[in-house]
Design a protein around this ligand. Sequence first.
Ligand code: NOJ
Length: 512
Amino acid sequence: MAATAAMALAAALLALFGLSRGSPQGGLPSRDFPPGFMFGAATAAFQIEGAWNLSGKGENIWDRWTHQHPDWVADGSNADVACDSFHRFKEDVQALVDTGFDFYRFSISWSRILPRGTVDYVNEEGLWYYNRLLTELMAHRITPVVTMFHWDLPQPLQDLGGWPNPVIADYFEDYARILFRHFGDRVKYWITINEPASIIESYANSRLGAPGLDDHGVADYQASHTLLKAHAKAYHLYDKYFRKTQKGRVSITLNSAWLEPRTNSQEDRQAAERARQFYFGYWAHPIYSKIGDYPAVMKERIMRNSLAEGRFRSRLPEFSPQWVKFIRGTADFFAYNHYTTRYAASGTEGEIPSLQRDSGVIRSYDPKWPSSASSWLKVVPWGLRKMLNWIKKEYGNLPVLITENGFSDHGGLHDKDRINYFVSYLQELLKAIYIDKCNVFGYTAWSLVDNFEWARGYTEKFGIYQVNFTDPNLARIPKDSAQALRKIIKHRALVPNLLQGEMPEPRVVLVT
Ligand code: NOJ
């Protein structure tokens, strides 16, 4: 009798957790990824293409910032050549093929297509480049996932003020129209904008990147307003003129660390929730929530601080009811970049005025969390699972594509820390999928190749393929992590021999 009950319970658990092949381990219900789950790798135009002034490309804000301020780049470098993907894209595609990826997330350089930023002049050689890249991908059955804007604003548009100028939303819509028109027959996954939260940081702190302003708490909020409008305009444009024939899906890539309360006090728990709203809800609430608009807590706090500073209005611009409606619901799936976790505690830090100050949160790391080569990137796999659950609770269970996840080191082919990172984060992802029923349909490794890591230059390497930047051939050489991902993708599972045998044993921390 007891044996029958135990068997029934085991069967129920199997059904509940979708356990198929491979034995579960350490709280992991299954090592298999669900049927149809997609694996990809990502890059961005500015970080890999090079050819900064070739074949008709115009200057963008990152060209300008790196050329004017080499001292602001960790190694004084720039991306004039980078991985030279403009000439070597076939090697990138070969790396994707060799690893077995289903899709490639790359971005299009606005200034390569529209050197002046506006559609009065379209650079044929720019179109030609991306057409050849798409042809190469299609020939190998690799699905393109295309980001329209990954931070490289054409300089002529910055000369008009950049994102704080609302007219840039119109110019973005025009640029989107050119992309849908020329590439939409083959591109079925579009990301309008990558990490708007990171874009606005460079309006608040000049050393973080282009355009290099220090107008914190003002220009950053104005930029966000235009970025959200620009995204929504591109989405509606697709809806109105292209969706019926092209049948693609459009989203925007949002990012945030998971924000964990520093202590269990009520203040810190509230601070963590407030931080989630300030750093993520800021973008997600206007698009994915039922009511739209910025989170109420942001509107209230920024208004209060603005009035206290002697202003007559909030530094956070207001959306009219028409704009709230226009922006709400403008995503066909949830695109999310995740790397790390931070603690949040109640308190004030940051300059007056600034987003940090307005949030009333002090963010920090646990010294016990393992580090990467990037000061901001600590290895905290369970944060991914918590964040996916929070997204589901807050915005409903829209399908989620993880558009970036990855780890930096200082280089080398035997990158066991990167394997540890991928395996431990993928384990948490499987728990989110099977135990918590989070609707995640794909995962993207950042990055396919070592590349120009913005203000960190070439000092922090994220690639699963090594690129030696002093070698004139810039050969792409697979690291051990590329081999590990190849096995995962081939078996569609976190296969056991990743954990032993030729692969080093990962330091996997399982949270059960
Ligand atoms: C997110 C950005 O999208 C990407 O450009 C950057 O290189 C990675 N994070 C790593 O910092």
